[in-house]
Design a protein around this ligand. Structure first.
Ligand code: ADP
Length: 262
């Protein structure tokens, strides 16, 4: 493995003994490469809409003479779309860095997951993502867990948002929350085209997309599931994505409820 970088340190220990220490630098090298890849990807993702914006600004400046209001409005519409895309990306980048920063801090508050799911789903429906309808199945009584409510809300937005974006047009997205043996289980199931096996292990990588064109067309940043993974890790939970091409995708999140076992 060319990435493996060992360092050997030898120290004499008395007359006939030596202490040999092997230091493995390969992990640090891999982390450094991931960081530079990330900066390069993020810059590229921001530069693309920026280039479009600048192009339209120049065109509008040059076309100073044309007073065609319809063309101006069309250009402004496109420019607004690109600006919103940049905004989504910056919002996601900031969430990611915030979540990474407090990755080791245990959430302190105890929240009712049932109402968090209900409120987040109402917000999502109000946001009007085209796609399918949500069908919620929530426990009747509160389901308490030690969790960060804004992060759990973001997790729901990202997972349910994906189910709507990549689900079947006019189909159903089932959102189920249930208590399960000291944990809470959240299931989000869609009837979309699914994800083939080889992509599944990579979905939570930053900027990994199965179909980049489709993701951009539906307003994706490629960071949603990376954010979800971090939130789940911070809550010492488990994330599982299962999918059958042609049938749909099922995302499950298990969150421990008992703070003391964290
Ligand atoms: P994006 O912003 O592109 O949606 P995510 O990190 O949320 O980024 O998801 C990564 C990729 O995983 C998406 O681009 C899409 O290809 C795929 N994906 C996520 N959720 C689903 C789903 N429910 N059905 C099909 N594909 C999905």
């Amino acid at each position: 493995d060319p990435e493996r970088r060992w360092e050997m340190e030898v120290r004499p220990l008395g007359q006939s003994r030596r202490l040999v220490r092997l230091i493995d630098h390969s992990q640090a090298a891999a982390a450094e490469r991931m960081r530079t890849d990330f900066v390069a990807n993020a810059s590229h993702e921001l530069r693309t809409p920026l280039a479009t914006l600048m192009g339209f600004i120049e065109t509008l400046e040059e076309a100073n003479g044309t007073n065609d209001a319809a063309i101006r409005m069309r250009f402004l519409g496109i420019m607004g779309g690109e600006a919103r895309r940049m905004q989504r990306l910056i919002d996601d980048l900031m969430s990611l860095s915030r979540i990474e920063a407090d990755r080791y801090v245990r959430p302190r508050e105890s929240i009712d997951l049932a109402s968090t799911v209900r409120v987040a789903c109402a917000e999502i429906e109000a946001g009007g993502i085209a796609g399918g309808r949500l069908r919620l199945t929530l426990p009747d009584s509160p389901l308490l867990a030690r969790a960060d409510s804004s992060q759990i809300s973001q997790l729901i937005h990202n997972i349910v948002g994906n189910a709507l974006k990549y689900g079947r047009e006019g189909g159903e997205v089932k959102v189920t929350l249930q208590a399960d043996d000291g944990s809470a289980l959240l299931l989000v199931e869609d009837e979309g085209e699914g994800i083939s096996r080889d992509h599944l292990p990579r979905l939570t990588e930053r900027f990994y997309r199965v179909d980049a064109g489709r993701s951009r067309a539906v307003g994706g940043t490629g960071l949603g599931l990376a954010i979800v993974k971090h939130i789940v890790e911070r809550h010492r939970g488990r994330l599982d994505i299962a999918s059958t091409p042609g049938i749909g995708t099922r995302v499950s999140v298990v969150l421990p409820r008992d703070a003391e076992i964290l």
